[in-house]
Design a protein around this ligand. Structure first.
Ligand code: AHG
Ligand code: MN
Ligand code: MN
Length: 348
């Protein structure tokens, strides 16, 4: 008899709202302009921000696709605040996004996984109303293997009045996020974005250098039978989680495992096809490995916007308030019933 943690729950009542249909070949620009008509207070700064993000994404995508030819494999020999060896592509992505964003007059501060402190806007440029937090290149260990890697970002509206961003502009609740997304550099380059009205994917057509709507209103169904985790660490996991994982091995339930080792690649597959991703605390990472601000927060925003869920094992990731820029968190994210089952297991 399947355990309650693995039974198929009845589908949640009511289908997701039917979003307005966009024509084939809708560009990201057109999608933004038509979407932002619903935000009368829009000043155009957000469209500018997304346009600069897509410029940086095109540059990083081109470099990733030629990394092996452009001498971009391998490490720089330096270590970042995370205690990780910085890869050449980490530096390139970090510099490319900073250069594309810092002059646009739409940000008051940038936070990057690759930099210890918040990055101020250079004095020669105007500041703007948004805070941009990014993992410029996620999945660095996969750069040389040609597996999917990506850029993950979260956007907040500033709290301080003007000028350079202040700590209170970023040390805040995940519920304050106004937009989040990622670019996955894989077989194609796909930008997935939410401004709080559903989750939408745009695929880069490199022959014209334009992102076109390819995944309209991505939804996570309540259930899944796919899990993603690094099973090598289960020896130092919470035994209750080990028990949950063991339950998926019941052949009657039809679970499958998929793990790339790039959060952005694992999350994108789970978003498109369904799946629950787990990165629990372990002996190697007592608070979990993933960072709250620029990995868990943005993906949790997307997961909830798509009808899924994301918790740290105790409560919703987005209910957390950031205490320090690079703090780590356990992360359980994906289809809602699976995330809820894991949270229940950890609360008993
Ligand atoms: P980053 O490359 O930005 O440091 O992130 C790597 C993370 C994440 O992408 C992935 O899910 C995780 O590291 C994989 O960790 P393990 O190798 O411990 O499984
Ligand atoms: Mn990362
Ligand atoms: Mn990274």
């Amino acid at each position: 008899m399947p355990s309650p943690a693995h039974t198929l729950a009845p589908p949640s009542p009511g289908a997701p709202p039917i979003a307005p249909q966009f024509e084939e070949g809708t560009t990201l620009d057109r999608f933004l302009l038509e979407t932002l008509r619903g935000y009368p207070e829009a000043t155009g700064q957000f469209v500018t921000l997304v346009n600069q993000v897509t410029l940086a994404a095109k540059l990083v995508s081109a470099r990733v696709n030629r990394a092996g030819l452009a001498g971009m494999f391998g490490a720089t020999g330096t270590m970042n605040i995370q205690g990780e060896y910085v890869q050449k592509m980490d530096v390139y992505a970090n510099e490319t996004f900073k250069r594309a964003l810092e002059h646009a007059g739409v940000l008051c501060m940038i936070i990057s996984e690759e930099e210890d402190d918040a990055i101020p806007i250079p004095p020669q440029f105007p500041t703007g109303k948004y805070v941009f937090a990014m993992d410029p290149l996620d999945g660095s260990s996969n750069i040389d293997t040609n597996a999917s890697i990506g850029t993950i970002f979260a956007v907040f509206r500033r709290m301080s009045e003007s000028g350079q961003g202040q700590p209170q502009d970023v040390l805040r609740s995940g519920r304050d996020i106004v937009a989040a997304g990622y670019i996955v550099y894989g077989a194609g380059t796909v930008l997935v974005l939410s401004t709080g009205r559903g989750v939408h994917g745009f695929t880069l057509d490199p022959t014209v250098g334009e992102f076109f709507l390819s995944h309209h209103d991505i939804r996570l169904t309540p259930d899944t039978r796919t899990y993603s985790c690094n099973e090598a660490y289960t020896g130092t996991w919470d035994p209750r989680l080990v028990g949950w994982l063991a339950g998926t091995k019941d052949p009657a339930l039809g679970w499958s495992a998929r793990y790339i080792g790039s959060l952005v690649g694992d999350f994108h597959r789970n978003l498109v096809k369904g799946g629950v991703f787990l990165y629990p605390p372990s002996k190697k990472a007592p608070n979990g490995k993933l960072r709250l601000l620029y990995e868990a927060f943005p993906l949790a925003f997307l997961a909830e916007q798509a009808g899924g869920a994301a918790t740290d094992g105790v409560g919703p990731i987005l209910d957390r308030t950031l205490a320090s820029l690079h703090e780590r968190t356990p992360l359980y994210i994906g289809n809602k019933n699976a995330v809820d089952a894991i949270t229940r297991v950890l609360s008993t």
